[in-house]
Design a protein around this ligand. Sequence first.
Ligand code: NDP
Length: 278
Amino acid sequence: MVNHLSDATTLANGVRMPWLGFGVYKVSEGDEVVQAVKTAIDVGYRSIDTASFYENEEGVGRALKESDVAREELFLTSKVWNDEQGYNETLAAFDRSLNRLQTDYLDLYLIHWPMKQTYEDTWHALGKLYDSGRVKAIGVSNFEIHHLKELLKGHTHKPVVNQVELHPRFAQKELRAFCQEHNVQVEAWGPLGQGRLLDHPVLEEVGKKHGKSPAQVMLRWAIQNDVVVIPKSTTPARIQANADIFDFSLDGEDVAKIDTINEEKRYSGNPDEIGGWI
Ligand code: NDP
């Protein structure tokens, strides 16, 4: 049972990744991101999820440098963006991310979306970075089962994480089962439905029973489903509240109620469309 903010999952290659991380999509470069990341670290978050696409890696790096927590105690994720993919392009993009983040390694580097033309070369580059020790774990994001099957088929390096849209309305049951079978840790982006599920009556009802908010119920639900979560907030009280999810647990009845929300429908972009597969 996950019952502490410092609890972590062990990835297929032995690396430990916290169940709760802090997402910084749409957090502005500069003071906003620096303040948000510092607040999260003060609260006790040890995992930060950024991407070159978010254009805030410099601020994330500054916050990590200025915090009292040693780099080795932090888990830092970034991602290679769609137009940076390809073998040499990815190696160069990785260097740029490290420079901006002012660090000499990443804990996790992900292919942001499965770009049909370039993802294989990109994956080879991630393998090289992993072998060189400059990244502790490599994985993918927004990969559907058919993309994962391709990647798992002919490659020496296996992705240890798949970061996908996942929340009670889009529970990704099939993908979760596939990933579990293949030792790929699922990580939820948009774990709060990107703000769209916060006043859902079922989540309010379950929350009331435990003295928790719908946001806290959604995060707890994901973790109890063995899914890593990375909620984003720039509001200090919410950054704190999103970490106060380790002192309660959902029972079978709660989970059954939350399951009724599932429509297996995403709110955001379809990976096949974005990646040029259809
Ligand atoms: P989230 O599901 O984390 O929702 C964020 C929204 O919820 C913000 O508007 C925030 O508002 C609000 N919020 C947060 N906590 C609370 C709370 N306790 N009560 C009420 N409202 C709350 O969406 P994200 O899209 O940010 O996803 C999380 C992270 O996942 C991203 O930041 C990013 O790191 C990653 N991501 C990855 C993607 C990928 O393609 N790999 C795509 C999208 C996201 P406020 O800030 O004002 O408090």
